[in-house]
Design a protein around this ligand. Structure first.
Ligand SMILES: C[S@@+](CC[C@H](N)C(=O)[O-])C[C@H]1O[C@@H](n2cnc3c(N)ncnc32)[C@H](O)[C@@H]1O
Length: 327
């Protein structure tokens, strides 16, 4: 959640919703999402209000009380004297037949769920209808939604299918406020869903605390990076370029997301990119002079946003001649 927040910050996003935080986290568990936002804002600020409340919704009572206590401690540590976020715990088992929120619930301006949506059996189309209806009623104008889900094939594809259904449903019902911001920077057909065996995920580095390393060793795992799938949505009539100013000045056709690791092929780097035109393999030869001039580093990593890209060749053999900026 912190890294998604940092990406918003990198792309120039600035908080425009009301000046009191009204956050909600669904299936909050130990308040991972809310704490992630606090961490994100500390290191990559977007101007989120430092006063307001978080509603934590969770079916497990013990976990909810642990999450509430932990969040209070963590908020104090991260936000310090800069602010004061209150916690309102709601012990509730969400039954989608009744909707995600009671009708009398207020509007929120920051909406999170992490590893929660895949707990439901509803079809992507049904889930999309429920989400859109709830956002229409309970998401403030300029509010932000961040959905984080596992990077595993089935769960990740479910999120991608929900994205597709959300776009279709929003188009059909004329919800012009609905805007997907990340990771796709648009409403194009999903490049990963185009193949039955593909999915889309991000991976971030983190500092593994010693106790985590010990658990990894015992479990025979190596969690040096954190993989996840995600979707960031906003309710706004502003253009994507206004919301994410780093994109402005670069045509939609010249914006690409790196969606795989990159590896060396001779002096070139090879990786997959995804854009308005779908997903394709691409090669890039970083030239020292160009790298320095355009502030493009030699390394290309999964998740990078490449702006002002000039492509050569077709989908089967694409070369990137130039990258003007990395987001
Ligand atoms: C995989 S955990 C994720 C916890 C936390 N969001 C995180 O990322 O660390 C899923 C959480 O959702 C809660 N949950 C699942 N179904 C729920 C429901 N129908 N209503 C409320 N909470 C639910 C579970 O109790 C659990 O805490």
């Amino acid at each position: 959640m912190a890294s998604v927040w940092a990406e918003l910050s990198r792309l120039g996003f600035q908080w425009k919703a009301s000046d009191q935080l009204r956050g909600v986290e669904f299936g909050a568990g130990p308040a991972s999402g809310a704490c992630g936002i606090a961490a994100g804002e500390k290191y990559a600020p977007v101007g989120i209000p430092h006063t307001g409340n978080w509603a934590l919704i969770e079916q497990d009572k013990a976990m909810l009380s642990l999450g509430s206590e932990w969040a209070q401690t963590y908020f104090k540590d991260t936000l310090a004297e800069r602010g004061d976020w209150g916690i309102r715990p709601f012990h509730r088992t969400i039954d989608l037949k009744q909707g995600l929120l009671p009708r009398a619930a207020p509007k929120f301006n920051l909406w999170l769920s992490s590893y929660f949506i895949n707990e439901f059996e509803e079809s992507p189309e049904k889930m999309a209808r429920i989400l859109l209806k709830t956002w229409e009623d309970h998401l403030e104008e300029e509010g932000i939604v961040i959905l984080v889900e596992p990077a595993l094939k089935i769960q990740s594809r479910k999120l991608l299918a929900i994205r597709k259904a959300l776009i279709e449903e929003a188009n059909q019902s004329g919800k012009d406020w609905f805007k997907i911001l990340l990771p796709c920077m648009g409403h194009q057909a999903c490049g990963a869903l185009a193949s039955d065996t593909d999915w889309c995920h991000e991976e971030v580095s983190w500092w593994r605390p010693p106790y985590f390393k010990q658990i990894d060793q015992m479990a025979g795992l190596d969690r040096k990076t954190l993989p996840f799938s995600y979707l960031v949505i906003t309710k706004s009539k502003r253009s994507r370029e206004e919301i994410l100013p780093a994109l402005s000045g670069f045509s939609v056709q010249s914006r690409h997301r790196v969606v795989s690791p990159s590896h060396n092929e001779g002096k070139e780097l090879e990786f997959f990119i995804c854009s308005d035109e779908g997903k394709r393999k691409a090669r890039y030869r970083p030239a020292e002079a160009q790298s320095r001039r355009a502030n493009v580093y030699k390394e290309i990593e999964r998740g990078d946003v490449l702006l002002g890209t000039e492509l050569r060749g077709d989908v089967n053999s694409t070369r990137i001649d130039e990258i003007k900026k990395r987001g």
